[in-house]
Design a protein around this ligand. Structure first.
Ligand code: NAD
Length: 358
């Protein structure tokens, strides 16, 4: 079969090195010729940010960060950047902090140097998100893609194991959902497969030795690959389900992803032999669902949606909301009946493999 595809590679400089964040940031600031740097980090991330920014002159330290970027917080941060005549944004923290820097860049066009401290992956996408009156809107704009990303595994050592696992499985969901996303192509599949391999190696190592750097480096590397693959392939069935559950029933983001993922994988596997083979190979198992389940057991990952407030009674409404938004690219055609079966199994925490017989 001939190879025919369209792929967009997002232009971004990536500096990866443990113990090198401060040095790399100083050289980026001089490369940009920046004179008025705004460092964004939440209160709990401010000591990490202080270390990273030790070698640069900071015009404004900004810590008014909140999850999902409330529009009022974005407005205040934009005004502060303008008032201080900022010429470079530096964000040090998780996806919420990166999100605030993106909100400023969206309206100002200011460049961002992102220094991520979780595995959320926002730093490698051109997707922004803002929340207004409890409704989250997202959009795509190349202005919000950080110009440079600085990865330093030392900065993730303080991320508690439970958060590391949840955040890392969020990265795993980016990889697996990329395999059948609406713009899937051979390049994002290759990146996603390498991301699965790295996360499958890194996350158990973090659980075993939270103070060790090897697992942290692999997880950070895998998280970056997962985000690049996902930004290119687009949101697949898994993310559509989690978006609806999160938005409608206020389910916790990472736990919902960790729980739903094996069910979507088992659901699509029979109709997606190529993706199934790539995913299994990346896990080093014969079967992709076995590979993911083995990892989830090692990590003691969340198992049932009922543990996070979702009930059997919610399933019919969830099916109505999810069915119309599943991309046409999904390998197995979703129906009200098979989506109901998927949500029933995920709610109860049943064996995902029951979904492969149809
Ligand atoms: P988060 O940024 O809210 O961080 C979670 C918590 O961990 C916070 O309290 C934070 O202060 C703390 N923390 C971060 N790094 C730490 C460290 N090294 N040590 C100790 N504590 C640390 O959560 P997240 O999971 O990183 O990001 C989730 C957000 O990112 C969501 O709003 C999600 O929608 C968004 N997101 C956006 C994209 C995108 O492409 N736009 C991609 C992924 C996620």
């Amino acid at each position: 079969m001939s190879l025919t595809f369209e792929h967009v590679t997002l232009g971004q400089r990536v500096l990866f090195g443990t113990g090198k964040a401060a040095e790399n940031l100083a050289s980026e600031v001089s490369r940009f010729g920046a004179r008025r740097v705004m460092v964004i980090a939440s209160e709990s991330e401010s000591s990490i940010a202080g270390e990273v920014a030790a070698g640069i002159e900071v015009a404004l330290n900004y810590d008014d960060v909140a999850p999902h970027v409330p529009i009022e917080k974005a407005g205040k941060a934009r005004a502060a950047a303008a008032e201080h005549r900022i010429d470079l944004l530096v964000c040090v923290g998780g996806g919420s902090t990166t999100g605030l820097a993106k909100a400023i860049a969206l309206t100002s066009g200011l460049p961002i140097v992102a220094v991520p401290t979780t595995y959320a992956g926002s730093e490698a996408t051109n997707v922004w998100g803002l929340t207004e009156a409890a409704r989250k809107s997202t959009g795509v704009d190349d202005k919000v893609l950080p110009a440079t990303v600085i990865y330093d595994a030392n900065l993730t050592l303080s991320l508690p194991v439970e958060l590391s696992v949840a955040s890392g499985l969020n990265g795993m969901a980016h990889c697996i959902d990329s395999m059948w996303g609406p713009r899937v192509d051979p390049i994002n599949r290759a990146l996603a497969a390498e991301g699965i391999r790295a996360l499958n190696q890194g996350l158990p190592a973090i659980v075993k030795d939270p103070a060790g750097l090897e697992g942290r480096e692999q997880a950070l590397y895998g998280a970056y690959l997962s985000a690049v693959a996902f930004a290119s392939a687009g949101s697949g069935m898994h993310h559509k389900i989690c978006h609806v559950l999160g938005g409608t029933w206020n389910m916790p983001h990472a736990q919902t992803h960790a729980t739903v993922l094996p069910y979507v994988l088992a659901f699509n596997t029979p109709e997606a032999p190529d993706a199934a083979e790539r995913i299994a190979a990346a896990f080093g198992t014969a079967d992709p669902v076995d590979g993911l389940n083995r990892l989830r057991e090692t990590l003691d990952a969340p198992k049932a949606l009922k543990d996070y407030g979702f009930t059997e009674e919610n399933i019919a409404e969830a099916v109505d909301l999810i069915l119309p938004v599943i991309p046409a690219s999904n390998p197995r055609t979703p129906t009200a009946a098979n989506l109901t079966a998927l949500l029933q199994a995920a709610t109860a925490g049943d064996d995902p493999k029951t979904l492969t017989d149809f």
